[in-house]
Ligand binder design. Structure first.
Ligand SMILES: NC(=O)c1ccc[n+]([C@@H]2O[C@H](COP(=O)([O-])OP(=O)(O)OC[C@H]3O[C@@H](n4cnc5c(N)ncnc54)[C@H](OP(=O)(O)O)[C@@H]3O)[C@@H](O)[C@H]2O)c1
Length: 266
């Protein structure tokens, strides 16, 4: 793969930057030469990156992106910076049977996973079109490709992310735009996602599926996402690619059965 060249002084803005995948993206972006704007409800963990990368500017802004107005506030505040990359990464799930899961948590999840991502994608796409450069990486999931019994609203939210991103990127390519909106689709990663999604503080991660290290996934998916010209979405890892291929070949009832059995064990 050819090297990614970063213009001096350019910024990458990452939502959900304080831990997990978002933190790993920040570190990879710093290594590539970007300055960072990291956003989460509590971003103090990003202080550690300031010591490791003293020559880069690392902004960390505490904002709850499930609060609708904060999307406009974030966009306005970011106008002062030469932003080239937006990673819409903040997200979580609400695990459990649909009839039993709390509606307030589900609505908050939709505010974050869908509404925030939707608004930021539109605002930054317009800005990037005006300035003539920029790239948006939206974090979907392998959950985007199938309905998810026992994790229904989360899977549905990621289906929205995938569908929206693929459609926008197709418009951009058809209209010969230089801007891209690429959807990255991770499989399971060992992060705090599982604690928050199950509403437990110590939900042990368990899965029969081989899990890629979060830092490895961040590095691979970031490079692929920043370089993609034709691809609308990216799946990394042979087991994820296999799952995607097999689910398009077998009857939906088999897939639903497998996802039900996989999710109900959590
Ligand atoms: N882990 C997996 O297995 C997996 C698989 C596929 C896709 N994904 C997706 O990957 C993305 C990152 O998840 P992760 O695994 O890294 O989870 P994580 O470790 O729980 O990190 C989530 C990040 O989002 C931030 N966040 C949560 N609510 C927020 C809000 N209301 N406003 C602003 N920031 C908020 C969190 O920081 P604060 O708590 O400080 O706000 C944290 O920085 C999500 O979109 C997730 O759906 C994860």
């Amino acid at each position: 793969m050819s090297k990614i060249k970063v213009v001096d002084g350019r910024y990458a803005l990452v939502t959900g930057a304080s831990k997990g995948l978002g933190f790993a993206y920040c570190e990879e972006l710093l290594k590539l030469g970007y300055n960072i704007i990291g956003v989460a409800r509590d971003t103090k963990t990003l202080e550690s990156l300031k010591q490791k990368y003293p020559n880069r500017d690392i902004q960390h802004w505490n904002m709850d992106m499930s609060v609708f107005d904060n999307n406009h506030n974030l966009f306005e505040k970011a106008k002062m910076y030469d932003v080239e990359v937006l990673i819409n990464n903040a997200g979580y799930g609400v695990w459990g049977y649909f009839a039993e899961s709390e509606i307030e948590r589900e609505m908050n999840m939709i505010d974050l996973n869908i509404k925030s991502l939707h608004v930021l994608t539109k605002l930054f796409l317009n800005r990037f079109q005006e300035q003539g450069y920029g790239r948006i990486l939206n974090i979907g999931s392998m959950a985007a490709f199938v309905p998810g019994p026992v994790f229904a609203s989360y899977y549905a939210s990621k289906a929205y992310v995938w569908s929206l991103g693929v459609a926008i990127n197709t418009e951009l390519k058809k209209t010969k735009s230089k801007i891209r909106v690429v959807t990255l689709c991770p499989g399971p990663l060992k992060t705090d996602f599982w604690n928050r999604s199950s509403n437990q503080s110590d939900a042990p991660y368990h899965s029969s599926i081989k899990v890629m290290k979060t830092s490895t996934y961040a590095k691979k998916s970031l490079k692929a996402g920043l370089k993609a010209k034709k691809k609308n979405f990216i799946i990394n890892g042979s087991s994820n690619k296999f799952v995607k291929r097999i689910t398009s070949m077998v009857p939906l009832s088999w897939t639903l059965n497998a996802v039900y059995n996989y999710q109900k064990e959590r």
